[in-house]
Design a protein around this ligand. Sequence first.
Ligand code: XMP
Length: 318
Amino acid sequence: DWTPDSFVEETVEAIQAKVGSDKVVLGLSGGVDSTVAAVLLNKAIGENLYCIFVNNGLLRKNEFESVLKQYEGMGLNVKGVDASKRFLDALEGIEDPELKRKAIGNSFIEVFDDEAHKLTDVKWLAQGTIYPDVIESVSATGGPSATIKSHHNVGGLPDFMKLKIVEPLRAIFKDEVRRVGATLGIDPELLGRHPFPGPGLGIRILGDITAEKVRILQEVDAIFINGLKEWGLYDKVWQAGAMLLPVNSVGVMGDERTYEKCVALRAVESTDGMTADWVNLPYAFLQKTSNDIINKVKGVNRVVYDISSKPPATIEWE
Ligand code: XMP
């Protein structure tokens, strides 16, 4: 019978047998899969595991700092790399969603390759690939690993992609990954996190991306997500987030006319992200959240709630 404990025991032994005393590099994303993979590898090989956590500047508010601290607290050998400016520069003026994904993916590869080069004698690249990623030839989810896969045909592979691969979660599903994570003592809050796309807020800012738009969306998103947690709704929702629309609309504040941004809130129920229904959030929650956003976030004067299901609408707007 499969149990998380026997899985951990067997996988730790398998990793030790496979990599021996070699060094291994792994990209942490802040998500469940890469975190559980890292903790397993850490248990197996300790300081020979080198984790890299890249801030692409498109993460949730305070996410880079707080998750990095959490990783350090878990005893991981992790280096945080703040490459926000590099990503923002690469994104300047780009409006097309697929071109944004390419710019973000390429920047990630450059930053990760630079960092991997600073380590000497690394032999292995570890990834948090899980079974559904293996069976879908093109993975829709998963940060660093999905990025890497989609760049195999770029020609002239970055050096870190020539490393041998170790993927300890390859044979298990998401719910099993969470159980393994719990057995390993990982914070339940981290294990219960909503999925978050690799390109982050970059595909939730419609149109071109600027530092100011990222700041606005981070504030809006934080109010929405913290509100879901305070109201006990976070765990009832599969994924939630906010979109910054490329639309200004007229409003009034005091006796002044405003002409500011509109945000759309989205919360969905799903099992795998392939289909999704919008969540019937309580009106009182929506009312409070809308007021908080408009009162607290400078530059936003209108909030709408997305009531589209997938299909035909996708979860993300880009
Ligand atoms: P859609 O918008 O296609 O999203 O309904 C389905 C799930 O996939 C996530 N998603 C992505 N994840 N890179 C990722 O790592 C991407 O480019 C990407 N696009 C969408 C989305 O957040 C949802 O969970």
